[in-house]
Design a protein around this ligand. Structure first.
Ligand SMILES: [Zn+2]
Length: 272
């Protein structure tokens, strides 16, 4: 899209106007951009070394929005394949193994009593509840593209227990520091990324909005991370979505962060 709305000063910028701001200003404002028409979550990407011009984007635009221009068709190419659709009735087991073969099986409802799901009374035939292993990447796709999924009450099983999908997955904008350090699936758009100043550097995925929350990939995992999710430069991460299983902490200087110490707990969905 050619223009973006900055929510800090409620101003619509074109690229030239935005880039005329000071670098510090751009650094703050790029975390607070929306599509001016549909209010979809926006991002700014600097010009790439490969020669691609700087740009604004939003992911996703609303169905009715034409601000994505001719690219919107490919943006909506972010669609769910039949195999990715999480069915309402199924119980989700999270598959943390990257690229592992998938398998699924059906269990008699009631056989899952250990999960606290009771058999229906009234002499109805027992319904079959399908348990399916789902990869993080599939879960993230569903979170991005399906409001039905985000709000669903279907059950997801993780080490710490059984949760409703709508309780377990938390958008970054609603993430709060949890003193009890309970694990949740936090997800949302990356506005920009940076390396820390230490050696070896860790990778900071900044999530934008007023939350000032960052996902911090531990320095020991940065090579694994860039192997799994190849990028040419850090700017490629602007506009990507991330899902991370972890907990929100706050640093001594009041910075909220989610630390990643296990590469299997994070997935990335880059711009198409
Ligand atoms: Zn839009």
């Amino acid at each position: 899209m050619d223009v973006a709305l900055c929510t800090i000063n409620n101003t619509v910028y074109d690229i030239a106007g935005f880039e005329a701001l000071s670098p510090k200003c751009i650094g703050v404002m790029r975390r607070n951009l929306l599509c001016p028409r549909c209010m979809g979550p926006g991002f700014y990407r600097k010009a790439a070394r490969s020669g691609q011009a700087s740009c604004f984007g939003a992911r996703p635009h609303a169905e009715f929005c034409d601000m994505g221009g001719p690219q919107s068709a490919t943006n909506r190419g972010d669609t769910l394949d039949q195999d990715d659709v999480v069915n309402r009735g199924e119980r989700i087991e999270v598959d943390f193994a990257f690229g592992a073969p998938l398998h699924h099986h059906a269990v008699e409802e009631g056989a899952g009593a250990a999960y606290g799901v009771g058999r229906q009374s009234g002499g109805q035939a027992a319904q079959r509840t399908q348990t399916r292993h789902r990869r993080l990447s599939t879960l993230l796709k569903n979170l991005i593209l399906s409001e039905d999924f985000r709000r669903s009450e279907q059950l997801i099983s993780v080490e710490s227990g059984l949760f409703k999908v709508r309780d377990f997955f938390v958008p970054f904008a609603q993430a709060e520091v949890d003193e009890l350090e309970r694990m949740r699936g936090y997800w949302g758009l990356i506005s920009d990324a940076a390396q820390s100043g230490d050696q070896p550097p860790s990778l900071w995925l900044n999530t934008g909005g007023r939350q000032d929350l960052s996902v911090v990939v531990d320095s020991s995992l940065v090579d694994d991370f860039t192997q799994r999710f190849p990028i040419h430069e850090l700017e490629d991460l602007a506009g990507a979505y991330v899902l991370v299983f972890g907990c929100v902490r706050v640093s001594k200087n009041a910075k909220k962060y989610i630390a990643v110490h296990d590469i299997s707990r994070i997935t990335l969905n880059k711009t198409p």
